[in-house]
Structures are given as structure tokens and as C-alpha cells.
Design a binder for this molecule. Sequence first.
Ligand code: PTJ
Length: 250
Amino acid sequence: MSDIPKDHPRYVSLMTREKIVEGVELGITSQQGLVAQGRGECFDYLTGEQTTDSALIAEKVGVAMLLLAERPVLSVNGNAAALVPDSLVKLSEVTGVPLEVNLFHRSEERVNRIINHLKDHGALEVLGSKADARLALQHSRAIVDSEGIYNADVVLVPLEDGDRCQALVGMGKSVITIDLNPLSRTSRTANVTIVDNVVRAMDNMIDLSYGMKELDEAELRKLVEEYDNSRTLSDAVRQMIRKLEELSDT
Ligand code: PTJ
């Protein structure tokens, strides 16, 4: 890992980048994951690198959906595994939602490495290696576990590619995504789009889960029913415009 001084003005962002580089070196993150991280950094810069009010609402609704679901799953790819392994395990533990590794650039070796990585971070069980069911997709993200994503009613998919999101919604599942790009096909297809960095979003969702577990079903349902994803996306774009205007004035 590079030696980045703590007082560097871009410390948090650079350390996050280092985790992705380390993920590639460990063989858990794909090389394409580096490019995805760069794109994410750009959108994060435009949102001011903080959780917006509307992202926090989406995070709350995402937690409500996970708690209400009958067969929810937290999907894990190479970027999420490198950036937030502890938080993935913690969120799974607090909400009781199982983890499943599902990759775009799939190899059995990388699936197993990510499963072991999550276990090293405290996961007791991680789905994804059975690979006994298929989504209606041409690429390897179609390969899933029947007891996991295939039969899930709600799936949380951080850093997603649009095709799979569309396939999951097409199968009647509810999809919660975490994607810093509010213009992506995933963001526009998901039922709930959290426009936030996965690093902040996961921590917020863990914090929210503790309190929300105590809410009754009617209160959780109300949150979901009142939610409007197109408003979240408009808010995110408007936030970026405001930030650009602010920058152009200085
Ligand atoms: O590990 P694999 O093989 O499953 O591959 C994972 C990647 C992410 C490489 C793959 O799914 C991919 O190519 O994704 P895309 O199409 O590049 O989409 C990734 C989306 O995540 C983009 O819209 C980025 O802006 C966004 N993104 C990147 N980093 C972050 C992020 N969103 C939230 N937090 C981030 N840290």
C-alpha cells in the first residue's frame, strides 16, 4: 500500500483507491474494477463526497425493504469485497440477510477468493459457489445460487451493471442498488437507488438497521410505500448541478 500522509487533503479518497488496488493484487477485484472506481470517484467529487439527504432516505428505505423481505440477499462483487468487507459482514449479521458472491468477470478462482476473504472478515457462510441456477443473461453474471439470488425477493446490489439489474427486476424481484452515477442504466432501473459511495452507504445502513429492526411491519411498509425513486435520481442530478455552479463561481 502506498504511504499516504494522513494530512493529505485527498486522504480518504486516496485510501479508498488503495483498497481497490490491493483488491486487484489479492485477486479479488477485477482490473475493470479499477476503471469502475475511477468513474465512481468522479461522481463522488460532484456530489461533494458526502451522503446527501436524499441518499440517506434511500438508505433508510433500502434497510426497510431488506427487513420486510422474505428471502433477501446481499450481492457481492470484486469492488464491494475490496472496499467494505467488514461492513458487508456486519450488515448481513445485523439484518440476517445472507451474502452471495456474483461476478461480472467471473472465474471460479475469484469467487472462492472473495468467499474466503469475507470469511476472513467474519462471515460464517457465503453463497455463490454452488452456481446451480441461471438468470436470463448472456454473460457470467447469470450464474447464481438457487437458494440465493435466484429465489430472492429483494436483492441489494452495490456497484452494479445495468443488464443484471434489468434481469432481476424482470424476474419480479425488488432491487436496491448503490451507485454513485445517477444516470446509469442500473440507477434508472432499480427500485431504490442509493446515490452514495458504497463506503459511506454501508456504514449508514448498518447504523440505521439497529434502530429500524425495532419498528413494526406497518411502519417499515409506510417508508417503502411513500418512497419515490425518480425523485431521488432528480435530487442527485440537481445536487451535482449545484456543485458545478458553486465551483464555476469560485
Ligand atoms: O467484480 P466484478 O467482476 O463483478 O465487476 C465489478 C465491476 C464494478 C467492475 C462491474 O460490475 C462493472 O464494470 O461495473 P460498471 O458498469 O463499471 O458500473 C459500476 C458503477 O458503480 C458505476 O456507475 C460507478 O460510477 C459506480 N461506482 C464505482 N465506485 C463506486 C460506485 N458506486 C458507489 N461507490 C463506489 N465506491
